[in-house]
Write a protein that binds this ligand. Structure first.
Ligand code: THU
Length: 539
């Protein structure tokens, strides 16, 4: 069965440390998971069962009862999970850049920040186009800025422009001085201006009212930067499938590629809304951002609060398990770190976890229930995986992690090889058109000619299960435990594969020359067996 729905959950700022370039960001040693796991309130049995502590570099305790929970999950129909550590490629550690990379866009530069305020050019042009002078123009707290500049604004009509540690251009104005609609117009002018070098992440309208010390009103409005290129969200919606935003996702993508959106008031509300969608019928992606981890706990250095929030998420997971069906896949990840135990209150450059389960993703690898895919470069592997699972074409730099799942399963199968004569162990994993994976290893015989290859064992298992076509096969092999070079299928296996595919051009053969499966080589069967003899010749 193909995948019908993907629930992609971003635990905002839930990093797992160890970014190779952390030092360049001033974040050496930052590790959100490690800090949070030190709290007495940290209790994540379900995430443990799904393999979080097994991820490379993840520094947190393994909960004792997780094996039991894993087996209970399997009784509910879950076939295990795949996990890996993702390293961010983009040169930034903010929400927008992290989410854009998850959706397929790698940013060479961070979004610009303005610790000294905006340049004279920007302010002059903004003044000229709005016909109003500008006050402040520096980083400021939103409540302080109206206290300190509000009276002058009311007296002169000049706009209060300020920024923060984030990439924002904020405009505060009293609703009686500048009607909200007019303020929104000014924001649109700023948004139009702030491109290229000055492409700030967000322009924000900050209306306020009353008498000094003034109060901010609820009519805040954000104008996000549009992603510079198409994301996987655009491709999914262009194919007529749903892309549902829960929480601030819609804002992060400036609405691009989103077909439906619900705002949330925080984590609890976000989880509730995600659950409502899990109970509805749709086809496509439900993209969820749980913001409290970052905004309420990470930035406020509240370790216990963060630990309680992640434990609450963990307690909610079984409800999600109950709500999803056989054709659904869940992915859990993060967009950057915000270590509450690290000096300062800013985001921290960290790797993020990736956990995937559901559907026919059968991950019961050697470690029961959890298939550990190691470390992968780029959050954009998620975009590639989403595209592949939803059967949507999307070109990005990332690799589908389902390919890694296939290679990893082939590698694990090689450990079962019966190769006492050659000492050459081979493992294969064939992906059926239904999404099921069939593994095989080579089985040798004292009468050498009776030996069968790993690929033919895997494909024969699929055929004997009623499958007649496979979409892809991963092959891993090596002598005496060395899996460091490619092991391409032999001639007989190529011929065998030709029998059980829709089109030789479309059967993907995945090989790797590294034991860690990081480097993936892709061939079509027609490349490996040009002008092959097949069923067609007999017709
Ligand atoms: N082998 C495979 O399993 N697949 C291939 O495509 C090439 C060879 C096995 C057969 C034998 O057990 C060992 O590798 C050495 O030839």
């Amino acid at each position: 069965m193909p995948v019908k729905r993907i629930f992609l959950i971003v635990l905002d700022s839930f990093g797992i440390g160890n970014a190779p370039d952390a030092e360049a960001f001033g974040d050496k040693g930052a590790d959100t998971l490690r800090s949070v796991s030190g709290s007495d309130f940290f209790n994540i049995p379900n995430l443990t069962a799904l393999g979080l502590p097994l991820i490379e570099g993840a520094d947190c305790a393994v909960f004792e009862n997780s094996e039991k929970i894993s087996s209970e999950l399997c009784k509910k129909g879950l076939k295990g999970s795949a996990v890996c550590r993702l390293v961010e490629k983009s040169k930034g550690k903010d929400t927008t850049i992290g989410h854009w990379e998850i959706a397929g866009i790698v940013s060479e530069k961070p979004l610009p920040v303005y610790p000294e305020g905006f340049s004279d050019d920007v302010i002059e042009e903004f003044s000229r186009r709005t016909g109003r002078k500008v006050l402040c123009n520096k980083p400021y707290s939103g409540t302080e800025v109206i206290k300190d500049y509000g009276e002058e604004h009311v007296k002169t009509g000049a706009l209060i422009v300020y920024t923060s540690a984030d990439s924002v251009f904020q405009i505060a104005a009293h609703e009686d001085v500048v009607p909200v609609e007019k303020l929104y117009e000014y924001c649109e002018i700023a948004r139009e201006m702030l491109v290229g070098e000055n492409s700030v992440g967000r322009v924000i309208a900050r209306p306020f009212e009353g008498e000094h010390p003034y109060k901010r009103t609820s009519r805040r409005h954000d104008y996000s930067l549009e992603p510079p290129e198409k994301t996987v969200l655009d491709m999914i919606s262009e194919q007529g499938k749903s892309v549902i935003s829960v929480g601030k996702i819609k804002d992060i993508f400036a609405g691009k590629g989103i077909t439906e959106a619900v705002p949330t008031s925080g984590n609890a509300d976000g989880m509730e809304k995600a659950l409502q969608y899990a109970k509805k019928d749709f086809e496509g992606l439900c993209f969820i951002n749980l913001v409290d981890f970052d905004s309420s706990y990470g930035h406020r250095n509240d370790i216990d609060g963060y630990a309680k929030a992640i434990s609450e998420f963990d307690r909610w997971l079984p409800e999600l398990f109950d709500a999803i069906g056989d054709e659904d896949v869940v992915m859990i990840t993060a967009d950057h770190g915000c270590d509450p135990g690290f000096p300062g209150t800013d985001h921290t450059r960290e790797c993020v976890p990736f956990i995937m389960f559901g559907g026919e993703i059968n991950c019961s690898g050697k470690r029961p229930y959890v298939l550990d895919l190691g470390t992968k470069q780029g959050f954009d592997n998620i975009a590639a995986t989403v595209a592949e699972l939803l059967d949507v074409k999307y070109d990005c730099d990332g690799n589908s992690l389902t390919e890694s799942v296939l290679l990893k399963k082939a590698r694990d199968a090689a450990d079962n090889a019966y190769a006492p004569y050659s000492g050459f162990n081979v493992g294969a994993a064939a992906l059926g058109a239904d999404g099921k994976i069939y593994t095989g290893c080579n089985v040798e015989n004292a009468s050498y000619g009776a030996t069968v290859c790993a690929e033919r064992v895997a494909v024969s298992k699929a055929v004997s299960d009623g499958r007649r076509a496979i979409k892809a096969i991963a092959v891993v092999g090596g002598k005496n435990g060395d899996f460091g070079s490619e092991c391409a299928p032999c001639g007989i296996c190529r011929q065998f594969l030709a029998e059980f595919c829709e089109e030789p051009e479309e059967l993907k053969v995945l090989l790797t020359s590294s034991d860690g499966n990081d480097e993936i080589k892709r061939y079509s069967l027609s490349e490996l067996l040009p002008k092959g003899f097949g069923k067609k010749n007999l017709n």
